[in-house]
Design a protein around this ligand. Structure first.
Ligand code: NAD
Length: 292
Protein backbone atom coordinates (compact mmCIF):
# COMPACT_ATOMS: atom_id res chain seq x y z
CA UNK A 1 0.00 0.00 0.00
CA UNK A 2 3.01 2.29 0.63
CA UNK A 3 3.61 2.32 -3.14
CA UNK A 4 0.05 3.40 -3.86
CA UNK A 5 -0.30 6.91 -5.21
CA UNK A 6 -2.75 8.61 -7.55
CA UNK A 7 -1.76 11.56 -9.71
CA UNK A 8 -5.14 12.65 -10.99
CA UNK A 9 -8.37 11.34 -9.46
CA UNK A 10 -11.73 12.23 -10.95
CA UNK A 11 -14.74 11.86 -8.68
CA UNK A 12 -18.10 12.00 -10.44
CA UNK A 13 -20.65 12.63 -7.70
CA UNK A 14 -18.92 14.37 -4.79
CA UNK A 15 -21.38 13.40 -2.07
CA UNK A 16 -21.06 11.35 1.09
CA UNK A 17 -19.19 8.49 -0.59
CA UNK A 18 -17.22 10.28 -3.33
CA UNK A 19 -16.32 13.11 -0.96
CA UNK A 20 -15.20 10.68 1.75
CA UNK A 21 -12.91 8.79 -0.64
CA UNK A 22 -11.31 12.05 -1.79
CA UNK A 23 -10.99 13.28 1.81
CA UNK A 24 -9.36 10.01 2.96
CA UNK A 25 -6.84 9.93 0.10
CA UNK A 26 -6.00 13.59 0.61
CA UNK A 27 -5.51 13.11 4.33
CA UNK A 28 -3.06 10.29 3.61
CA UNK A 29 -1.41 12.46 0.91
CA UNK A 30 -1.94 9.69 -1.60
CA UNK A 31 -3.48 11.83 -4.34
CA UNK A 32 -2.03 14.88 -6.09
CA UNK A 33 -5.09 16.38 -7.73
CA UNK A 34 -8.81 15.68 -7.37
CA UNK A 35 -11.28 16.89 -9.97
CA UNK A 36 -14.92 16.78 -8.92
CA UNK A 37 -17.75 16.50 -11.41
CA UNK A 38 -21.16 17.23 -9.98
CA UNK A 39 -24.77 18.08 -10.52
CA UNK A 40 -25.29 20.64 -7.76
CA UNK A 41 -23.14 23.76 -8.01
CA UNK A 42 -23.64 24.58 -4.32
CA UNK A 43 -22.43 21.12 -3.29
CA UNK A 44 -19.40 21.35 -5.60
CA UNK A 45 -18.52 24.79 -4.27
CA UNK A 46 -18.67 23.38 -0.76
CA UNK A 47 -16.39 20.49 -1.79
CA UNK A 48 -13.90 22.98 -3.20
CA UNK A 49 -14.02 25.25 -0.13
CA UNK A 50 -13.54 22.26 2.19
CA UNK A 51 -10.50 21.15 0.18
CA UNK A 52 -12.10 17.80 -0.69
CA UNK A 53 -11.56 18.55 -4.38
CA UNK A 54 -9.01 20.80 -6.07
CA UNK A 55 -11.02 21.62 -9.17
CA UNK A 56 -14.61 21.54 -10.40
CA UNK A 57 -15.57 20.31 -13.85
CA UNK A 58 -18.81 19.99 -15.77
CA UNK A 59 -17.90 17.37 -18.30
CA UNK A 60 -16.76 13.90 -17.14
CA UNK A 61 -15.15 13.10 -20.51
CA UNK A 62 -12.84 16.13 -20.44
CA UNK A 63 -12.08 15.74 -16.73
CA UNK A 64 -11.24 12.04 -17.14
CA UNK A 65 -8.75 12.56 -19.96
CA UNK A 66 -5.32 11.50 -18.60
CA UNK A 67 -6.83 10.60 -15.22
CA UNK A 68 -5.27 7.77 -13.22
CA UNK A 69 -8.60 6.75 -11.84
CA UNK A 70 -12.24 7.75 -12.18
CA UNK A 71 -14.63 7.03 -9.29
CA UNK A 72 -18.33 7.20 -10.15
CA UNK A 73 -20.33 7.79 -6.95
CA UNK A 74 -23.76 8.92 -8.14
CA UNK A 75 -27.22 7.38 -7.47
CA UNK A 76 -27.18 4.12 -9.43
CA UNK A 77 -29.72 5.15 -12.08
CA UNK A 78 -27.45 8.09 -12.96
CA UNK A 79 -24.55 5.78 -13.73
CA UNK A 80 -25.43 4.98 -17.36
CA UNK A 81 -25.52 8.67 -18.26
CA UNK A 82 -22.08 9.16 -16.72
CA UNK A 83 -20.48 6.07 -18.28
CA UNK A 84 -21.83 7.03 -21.71
CA UNK A 85 -19.48 9.99 -21.57
CA UNK A 86 -16.39 7.91 -20.83
CA UNK A 87 -15.84 5.44 -23.73
CA UNK A 88 -12.77 7.23 -25.05
CA UNK A 89 -10.95 7.38 -21.74
CA UNK A 90 -11.85 3.75 -20.91
CA UNK A 91 -10.57 2.68 -24.35
CA UNK A 92 -7.38 4.65 -23.58
CA UNK A 93 -6.88 2.52 -20.45
CA UNK A 94 -8.13 4.86 -17.71
CA UNK A 95 -9.41 2.77 -14.80
CA UNK A 96 -13.02 3.46 -13.91
CA UNK A 97 -14.65 2.21 -10.74
CA UNK A 98 -17.89 2.92 -8.89
CA UNK A 99 -19.41 2.90 -5.43
CA UNK A 100 -22.98 1.94 -6.33
CA UNK A 101 -25.03 -0.20 -3.97
CA UNK A 102 -26.13 -2.56 -6.77
CA UNK A 103 -23.73 -4.40 -9.02
CA UNK A 104 -25.51 -6.43 -11.74
CA UNK A 105 -26.83 -3.25 -13.34
CA UNK A 106 -23.41 -1.57 -13.26
CA UNK A 107 -21.70 -4.56 -14.86
CA UNK A 108 -24.33 -4.79 -17.59
CA UNK A 109 -24.18 -1.06 -18.37
CA UNK A 110 -20.36 -1.10 -18.49
CA UNK A 111 -20.37 -4.09 -20.87
CA UNK A 112 -22.98 -2.52 -23.13
CA UNK A 113 -21.17 0.81 -23.34
CA UNK A 114 -17.52 -0.27 -23.36
CA UNK A 115 -17.54 -3.78 -24.86
CA UNK A 116 -14.16 -5.45 -24.41
CA UNK A 117 -12.68 -2.24 -22.92
CA UNK A 118 -14.91 -2.91 -19.88
CA UNK A 119 -11.90 -4.88 -18.63
CA UNK A 120 -10.66 -1.50 -17.29
CA UNK A 121 -13.86 -1.04 -15.28
CA UNK A 122 -13.89 -2.37 -11.70
CA UNK A 123 -17.30 -2.55 -9.99
CA UNK A 124 -17.20 -1.74 -6.28
CA UNK A 125 -19.43 -1.11 -3.28
CA UNK A 126 -18.21 0.25 0.06
CA UNK A 127 -20.13 -1.28 2.97
CA UNK A 128 -20.08 1.97 4.87
CA UNK A 129 -22.34 4.92 4.75
CA UNK A 130 -24.85 6.99 6.60
CA UNK A 131 -28.35 8.38 6.25
CA UNK A 132 -26.86 11.79 5.43
CA UNK A 133 -26.07 12.95 1.89
CA UNK A 134 -23.85 15.43 0.14
CA UNK A 135 -20.26 16.50 0.65
CA UNK A 136 -21.18 18.14 3.98
CA UNK A 137 -21.59 14.61 5.37
CA UNK A 138 -18.27 13.36 3.94
CA UNK A 139 -15.53 12.31 6.34
CA UNK A 140 -12.05 10.90 5.86
CA UNK A 141 -12.80 8.20 8.46
CA UNK A 142 -15.93 6.80 6.81
CA UNK A 143 -14.26 3.63 5.51
CA UNK A 144 -11.87 2.91 8.39
CA UNK A 145 -12.22 -0.77 9.32
CA UNK A 146 -15.19 -1.19 6.96
CA UNK A 147 -15.50 -3.63 4.08
CA UNK A 148 -15.54 -2.89 0.40
CA UNK A 149 -16.89 -5.50 -2.00
CA UNK A 150 -15.47 -5.60 -5.53
CA UNK A 151 -17.36 -7.64 -8.12
CA UNK A 152 -14.91 -7.99 -11.05
CA UNK A 153 -15.68 -10.35 -13.92
CA UNK A 154 -13.22 -13.06 -15.03
CA UNK A 155 -11.97 -10.81 -17.84
CA UNK A 156 -11.58 -7.68 -15.69
CA UNK A 157 -7.93 -6.61 -15.80
CA UNK A 158 -6.20 -7.93 -12.67
CA UNK A 159 -3.97 -4.85 -12.39
CA UNK A 160 -7.03 -2.57 -12.51
CA UNK A 161 -8.67 -4.63 -9.76
CA UNK A 162 -5.53 -4.39 -7.63
CA UNK A 163 -5.30 -0.63 -8.17
CA UNK A 164 -8.90 -0.09 -7.06
CA UNK A 165 -8.41 -2.45 -4.11
CA UNK A 166 -5.33 -0.42 -3.13
CA UNK A 167 -7.35 2.78 -3.28
CA UNK A 168 -9.90 1.39 -0.84
CA UNK A 169 -7.20 -0.04 1.44
CA UNK A 170 -5.60 3.42 1.46
CA UNK A 171 -8.98 4.69 2.74
CA UNK A 172 -8.70 2.20 5.62
CA UNK A 173 -11.06 -0.44 4.24
CA UNK A 174 -10.77 -4.21 3.94
CA UNK A 175 -11.41 -5.39 0.41
CA UNK A 176 -13.15 -8.60 -0.65
CA UNK A 177 -14.64 -9.96 -3.85
CA UNK A 178 -17.88 -11.69 -4.84
CA UNK A 179 -19.94 -12.10 -7.99
CA UNK A 180 -22.37 -9.30 -8.95
CA UNK A 181 -25.29 -11.76 -8.64
CA UNK A 182 -24.31 -12.89 -5.17
CA UNK A 183 -23.70 -9.29 -4.11
CA UNK A 184 -27.18 -8.16 -5.15
CA UNK A 185 -28.86 -11.09 -3.39
CA UNK A 186 -26.92 -10.54 -0.15
CA UNK A 187 -27.43 -6.78 0.02
CA UNK A 188 -31.08 -7.01 -0.90
CA UNK A 189 -31.63 -9.05 2.27
CA UNK A 190 -29.48 -7.10 4.73
CA UNK A 191 -29.64 -3.57 3.36
CA UNK A 192 -32.26 -2.93 0.68
CA UNK A 193 -35.16 -4.71 2.42
CA UNK A 194 -34.46 -3.01 5.79
CA UNK A 195 -34.55 0.39 4.08
CA UNK A 196 -37.87 -0.43 2.38
CA UNK A 197 -39.33 -1.56 5.73
CA UNK A 198 -38.08 1.50 7.55
CA UNK A 199 -39.49 3.93 4.98
CA UNK A 200 -42.80 2.02 4.89
CA UNK A 201 -43.21 2.05 8.67
CA UNK A 202 -42.50 5.77 9.01
CA UNK A 203 -44.83 6.63 6.14
CA UNK A 204 -47.56 4.42 7.63
CA UNK A 205 -47.32 6.33 10.93
CA UNK A 206 -46.93 9.73 9.24
CA UNK A 207 -50.07 9.29 7.18
CA UNK A 208 -52.31 8.52 10.17
CA UNK A 209 -54.63 11.26 11.43
CA UNK A 210 -53.00 11.24 14.87
CA UNK A 211 -49.43 11.08 13.54
CA UNK A 212 -48.36 14.06 15.64
CA UNK A 213 -49.39 12.27 18.79
CA UNK A 214 -47.79 9.02 17.64
CA UNK A 215 -44.46 10.69 16.86
CA UNK A 216 -44.56 12.52 20.19
CA UNK A 217 -44.52 9.17 22.01
CA UNK A 218 -42.03 7.43 19.72
CA UNK A 219 -38.84 6.68 21.64
CA UNK A 220 -35.46 5.00 21.27
CA UNK A 221 -36.71 1.79 19.68
CA UNK A 222 -38.55 3.75 17.00
CA UNK A 223 -35.52 5.97 16.46
CA UNK A 224 -33.21 2.96 16.00
CA UNK A 225 -35.59 1.13 13.67
CA UNK A 226 -36.23 4.20 11.52
CA UNK A 227 -32.82 5.92 11.38
CA UNK A 228 -32.32 4.75 7.82
CA UNK A 229 -35.68 6.22 6.73
CA UNK A 230 -33.86 9.55 6.84
CA UNK A 231 -31.68 8.42 3.90
CA UNK A 232 -31.73 9.93 0.41
CA UNK A 233 -35.05 8.99 -1.29
CA UNK A 234 -33.44 9.30 -4.73
CA UNK A 235 -30.63 6.93 -3.85
CA UNK A 236 -32.99 4.30 -2.44
CA UNK A 237 -35.51 4.66 -5.27
CA UNK A 238 -32.66 3.88 -7.66
CA UNK A 239 -31.45 0.90 -5.64
CA UNK A 240 -34.97 -0.59 -5.54
CA UNK A 241 -35.30 -0.11 -9.30
CA UNK A 242 -31.89 -1.60 -10.10
CA UNK A 243 -32.33 -4.61 -7.79
CA UNK A 244 -36.10 -4.98 -8.16
CA UNK A 245 -36.24 -8.77 -8.57
CA UNK A 246 -34.21 -9.46 -5.43
CA UNK A 247 -35.96 -6.77 -3.39
CA UNK A 248 -39.39 -8.11 -4.38
CA UNK A 249 -38.30 -11.64 -3.47
CA UNK A 250 -37.23 -10.42 -0.02
CA UNK A 251 -40.41 -8.35 0.45
CA UNK A 252 -42.40 -11.54 -0.30
CA UNK A 253 -40.35 -13.51 2.23
CA UNK A 254 -40.85 -10.80 4.82
CA UNK A 255 -44.61 -10.69 4.20
CA UNK A 256 -44.69 -14.45 4.79
CA UNK A 257 -42.79 -14.02 8.05
CA UNK A 258 -45.23 -11.29 9.15
CA UNK A 259 -48.25 -13.44 8.18
CA UNK A 260 -46.86 -16.30 10.22
CA UNK A 261 -46.43 -14.00 13.20
CA UNK A 262 -49.92 -12.53 12.77
CA UNK A 263 -51.34 -16.07 12.59
CA UNK A 264 -49.67 -17.04 15.87
CA UNK A 265 -50.95 -13.89 17.61
CA UNK A 266 -54.48 -14.33 16.21
CA UNK A 267 -54.53 -17.96 17.40
CA UNK A 268 -53.20 -16.99 20.82
CA UNK A 269 -50.13 -19.18 20.22
CA UNK A 270 -47.91 -16.99 22.35
CA UNK A 271 -45.37 -19.75 22.97
CA UNK A 272 -44.74 -19.75 19.19
CA UNK A 273 -44.45 -15.95 19.18
CA UNK A 274 -41.94 -16.14 22.02
CA UNK A 275 -39.97 -18.83 20.20
CA UNK A 276 -39.63 -16.57 17.13
CA UNK A 277 -38.59 -13.64 19.33
CA UNK A 278 -36.07 -15.83 21.21
CA UNK A 279 -34.47 -17.16 18.01
CA UNK A 280 -34.29 -13.64 16.57
CA UNK A 281 -32.84 -12.14 19.76
CA UNK A 282 -30.17 -14.86 19.90
CA UNK A 283 -29.21 -14.30 16.26
CA UNK A 284 -29.24 -10.51 16.61
CA UNK A 285 -27.13 -10.50 19.77
CA UNK A 286 -24.58 -12.89 18.25
CA UNK A 287 -24.34 -10.69 15.16
CA UNK A 288 -24.02 -7.49 17.22
CA UNK A 289 -21.10 -8.98 19.21
CA UNK A 290 -19.06 -9.35 16.04
CA UNK A 291 -20.19 -6.08 14.42
CA UNK A 292 -17.58 -3.35 14.11
P1 NAD B 1 -24.96 11.55 -2.15
O1 NAD B 1 -26.32 11.99 -2.48
O2 NAD B 1 -24.35 11.99 -0.87
O3 NAD B 1 -23.97 11.96 -3.33
C1 NAD B 1 -24.23 11.75 -4.67
C2 NAD B 1 -23.74 12.96 -5.43
O4 NAD B 1 -23.85 12.69 -6.83
C3 NAD B 1 -24.54 14.23 -5.14
O5 NAD B 1 -23.64 15.27 -4.80
C4 NAD B 1 -25.24 14.53 -6.47
O6 NAD B 1 -25.40 15.90 -6.71
C5 NAD B 1 -24.28 13.91 -7.46
N1 NAD B 1 -24.89 13.52 -8.72
C6 NAD B 1 -26.09 12.94 -8.93
N2 NAD B 1 -26.27 12.71 -10.25
C7 NAD B 1 -25.15 13.12 -10.86
C8 NAD B 1 -24.73 13.12 -12.21
N3 NAD B 1 -25.51 12.66 -13.18
N4 NAD B 1 -23.50 13.62 -12.48
C9 NAD B 1 -22.70 14.10 -11.51
N5 NAD B 1 -23.04 14.11 -10.21
C10 NAD B 1 -24.26 13.62 -9.91
O7 NAD B 1 -24.98 9.96 -2.26
P2 NAD B 1 -23.91 8.92 -1.67
O8 NAD B 1 -24.43 8.43 -0.36
O9 NAD B 1 -22.55 9.47 -1.76
O10 NAD B 1 -24.11 7.72 -2.70
C11 NAD B 1 -23.37 7.64 -3.90
C12 NAD B 1 -23.37 6.21 -4.39
O11 NAD B 1 -22.80 5.39 -3.39
C13 NAD B 1 -24.76 5.66 -4.69
O12 NAD B 1 -24.69 4.87 -5.85
C14 NAD B 1 -25.07 4.79 -3.50
O13 NAD B 1 -25.89 3.71 -3.88
C15 NAD B 1 -23.69 4.34 -3.08
N6 NAD B 1 -23.54 4.02 -1.66
C16 NAD B 1 -24.13 4.80 -0.71
C17 NAD B 1 -23.98 4.47 0.64
C18 NAD B 1 -24.64 5.29 1.73
O14 NAD B 1 -24.84 4.80 2.83
N7 NAD B 1 -24.97 6.55 1.48
C19 NAD B 1 -23.20 3.36 1.00
C20 NAD B 1 -22.59 2.62 0.00
C21 NAD B 1 -22.77 2.96 -1.33
Amino acid sequence: MQDFHIGKLVVVGVGLIGGSVAAALKRERLVDHVIGVGRSRANMQQALSAGVIDEMAQDPATAARDADLVLVAVPVRQTAGVLQQLPQCVADGVIVTDAGSTKRDFVQIAQEIFGSAAKNVVPGHPIAGAERSGVAAATADLFTGKRVVLTPLPDTDAKAVERVASMWRACGANVMQMSPEHHDAVFSAVSHLPHVLSYALVEMIASRDNSEELFSFAAGGFRDFTRIAGSSPEMWRDICAANADQVLRDIDAFQQALSLMAGHIRAGEMDKVEAVFAAAAKARNAWAKGFK
